[in-house]
Design a binder for this molecule. Structure first.
Ligand SMILES: Cc1ncc(COP(=O)(O)O)c(C=O)c1O
Length: 433
């Protein structure tokens, strides 16, 4: 019998993983709180919440119990023509915490499908009314997922290159760095004023995958306001920012204008099971209320609103809405802010920033900031060898830990990063290019 690692290589194709030149994936046998345990008993702190999903820690006993209980009662049922209490409860509770204009919940499977649903919902809203609006605006550098619609509204770069000719047309405005805000605003106005725009989609306040890039709330507010003035739909992709990541429950809570559609996933189920949700206003749904069958929203997935997953999301909300969780988020924000003070003058650190429970900075490498900056290939194994799961985006090092992480573990992460920064200049990283 070959080793588990050999069997993995024989049978599995891992996501976002080059097939040559990469180390074998680590075999994880169990996880608890912020810790992952390898087969050989190495303890690794999950400082990125396993792709930003885990908010309350791994293998949470309360969530495990809820899964067990729900699985004994109703594990799954088709969600067309049937419904169930875990889904109804979840929808009601989500609408209670989302901005007041949100009125309906549509379930799907992950962040990408939440975005697909949002885009289709917006386009068909106009189609059902016989209104010709076909354009969509997005922000350069955006990441909205890996399915075709989500890819279309995302950054056109090396990842999308094999597919670019199959993606639909999107009007991109440049990422609004502080020095370009006016230019971006002018371009945005020109696009909206054509009256042809159906929707504007954005990651509110922070663009995650492009390197935890923060942009102006005030500008975003203006963009949402203008979009709505021209009867176009604003889609907030809160897949990463939702459920407390930026301090407030949703990023939109920090804006004065409210988006029309929200896309949620990741923290929705505390990173335990896969689920996406798209919520919308009553006005958007009203365009689908018709005796004309062709106005139906013909979209659905086999596992839509899976009862176990809904029960998990309800359990995650129970934990999220406690005072303890809120004070953990504030504590995390404070610790990150203190750490920012410690690194901000460091020669190897560029542009440090804290957004709620996230801290990010760029490593001062000679090559420009990008996912393909080779620094990433050295940083990842370095941190793993120290017992830390940190997965830099190019030369952007960021932390997005579960909210329950202790001060001691945070201090271990911070001091490991500081040691790394001090050692960095003397390390001879070979380019893998
Ligand atoms: C803002 C945003 N939208 C959508 C997605 C896609 O989510 P998923 O990976 O669950 O398809 C991601 C994933 O990182 C994301 O960060």
């Amino acid at each position: 019998m070959s080793s588990w690692e050999e069997q993995d290589e024989a049978y599995i194709w891992h996501p976002f993983t080059p097939l040559k030149g990469m180390d074998q994936p680590l075999l994880i046998k169990k996880a608890e709180g912020v810790y992952l345990f390898t087969e050989s008993d190495q303890k690794i702190i999950d400082a990125i919440s396993s792709w930003w999903v885990n908010i309350h820690g791994h293998s949470h006993p309360y969530i495990a119990e809820v899964i067990h209980n729900q699985a004994k009662i109703l594990e799954h049922v088709i969600f067309a023509g049937f419904t169930h209490k875990p889904a109804i409860t979840l929808a009601k509770r989500l609408l209670e915490i989302l901005p007041d204009n949100q009125s309906k919940v549509f379930f799907s499977d992950n962040g990408s499908t939440a975005v697909e649903v949002a885009i289709k919902m917006a386009f068909q809203y106009f189609h059902n009314q016989g209104i010709e609006k076909k354009r969509i605006i997005a922000i350069d550098g955006a990441y909205h997922g890996d399915t075709f619609g989500a890819m279309s509204v995302g950054e056109r770069g090396p990842f999308s290159e094999p597919f670019n000719s199959y993606l639909f047309d999107v009007d991109f405005v440049d990422f609004p760095t502080p020095d370009r805000e006016e230019e971006v605003w002018n371009h945005f106005q020109t696009l909206i004023q054509t009256g042809e725009v159906a929707a504007f989609i954005f990651e509110p306040i922070v663009q995650g995958a492009s390197g935890m890039r923060v942009y102006s709330k005030a500008l975003l507010d203006k963009m949402i306001g203008l979009t709505q003035e021209y009867n176009a739909i604003c889609i907030a992709d809160e897949v990463m920012t939702g459920f407390g990541r930026l301090g407030t429950l949703f990023a939109a809570d920090q804006l004065s204008n409210t988006p029309d559609i929200f896309c949620l996933s990741k923290g929705l189920t505390a990173g335990t099971m896969a689920m996406g949700v798209t919520t919308c206003t009553a006005e958007i749904q009203s365009a689908y209320r018709s005796s004309d069958l062709m106005k139906t929203f013909f979209h659905g997935h086999s596992f839509t609103a899976n009862p176990i997953t809904c029960a998990v999301a309800n359990a995650s909300l129970d934990l999220l809405l406690t005072e303890e969780c809120e004070s953990n988020r504030q504590r995390l924000n404070q610790r990150h802010t203190d750490f920012l003070e410690r690194i901000k003058g460091h020669d190897m650190v560029r542009n440090p920033r804290v957004m709620g429970t996230i801290i990010a900075f760029e490593l001062n490498t000679e090559r420009e900031t990008s996912y393909f900056n080779e620094a990433r290939h050295h940083l990842y194994p370095y941190f793993i060898s120290k017992g830390l799961l940190i997965r830099p985006l190019g030369n952007v090092i960021y932390l997005i830990p579960p909210y329950i992480i202790s001060d001691e573990d945070l201090e271990f992460i911070y001091s490991t990063i500081l040691t790394f920064l001090d050692e960095y200049q003397s390390m001879s990283f070979q380019s893998i290019d």
